[in-house]
Design a protein around this ligand. Sequence first.
Ligand code: GLU
Length: 477
Amino acid sequence: MNKVRTRFAPSPTGYLHIGGLRTALYGFLYSKKNHGDFILRIEDTDTARYVDGSVQIIYDTMRDSKIMYDEGPDVGGDFGPYVQSERKDIYLKYAKKLVELGGAYYCFCTPERIASLKDGEGNVRYDKHCLRLTKEEIEEKIKSGVPYVIRQNIPTEGAGSYHDLVYGDISVDYKDIEDGILIKSDGMPTYNFANVIDDHLMGITHVIRGTEYLSSTPKYNLMYDAFGWERPTYIHLPPIMKDAQHKLSKRNGDASYEDFVKKGYIKEAIVNYIALLGWSPKSNVEKMSLSELIENFSLDGISKSPSIFDETKMKWLSGEYIKEMSQEEFNALSLDFLKESKVYGKFDTEKLLTLVKGRVQILSEIPEKLDFLCDFGVFDTALFINQKQKTDIELAKSVLPKIKETLSDLSAFDNSTLFNSLVDLSNQLGIKKQALLWIARIALTGKEVTCGGATEIAELLGKDETMKRIDFSLSLL
Ligand code: GLU
């Protein structure tokens, strides 16, 4: 069997959307699983849609997400160039050959004539007018510089059939396919032509792309067949939806990989989540590193039905990655996000990050989780009343001075010393430790919900501030 070779062939139109990255990821996973090659090819023949800087975005995103290619414009390889605009002459040569083989023909129709073919709904269907030209007529027109395009010659009868590994047997009637342009009047190929030539010349064995190409694949197969080339194996991927009706797309303002990274999603979690958009592993384990994804990936796990992009689930996965990473790794990733918080510089950075690790799912939640530490002031003392913990204002009034006394006697002021001393105190007082810790936490923060418990917060605040806050809270009672 041939070595597996897959490719990702994005058009540089501005960004790498989540759907594009999923296509890249599946091509990468399948090739790596089969010890094959993964190729990056830039499809920039549509100059009108070209956006400056977007090729760099593609390189950066793929490197950053570790969906790395073995061959591509910036890494080289034996099948280059890997940028279509640098392959113009190759396409023209093959287009001419296809004309000789009867699979294509020159078309000299003017834009006016094409416009006159519009039907009632404004759609143009080319009528094979130029297919009738003789060899001499064609040569004459080319010689005298009449502009031309090269069109595919689609049979007028029959159907094109093939087997897609996800969608099964596909058949499209040729009467429903137009004689589309293969080479434009500026000599540039269209996608419809270039993808076939390149996939063949680059030895691509498995073509993995979105379902939007499902119905145009028969026209590509006509070309493979005309040239006598082996057709690749086709794997079309289900669409990714934002909700039941809408596809996910940046045009609708939906986020890209880069945006999610900026929001503080853990990169491995984004890639992990994207892998699950349309593919399910055989086991129920969903959290998988890139190497586990490679190991578990199989084409038969790809689903036909559209998958819905569930940001909440991706957030959950990101939180799982945070829980499992080391504190050092978390600190390195989090510092820039912590700097956005009011607490930055006012408390010990490492302690802040220790407090917050495992309590955020994405890193941009860090400021909102910690800001409460700086927001201490007059608060509603009804917070001391907690029915579950059986606490009330009277209990708070009697217990707070004792908490203060206990804490002021401590020589060390770390979480576990603090915690043990308050547990001892609750035993002495004959009240539940949860009740005492509730009162302490309300007194130190004035907040019902906080990131971290009373003693973790006290450690961060330090002894002086802890004492001051208890006094202040007592003064409110
Ligand atoms: N340039 C095409 C796109 O971005 C590639 C489709 C394909 O993979 O063949 O949609």
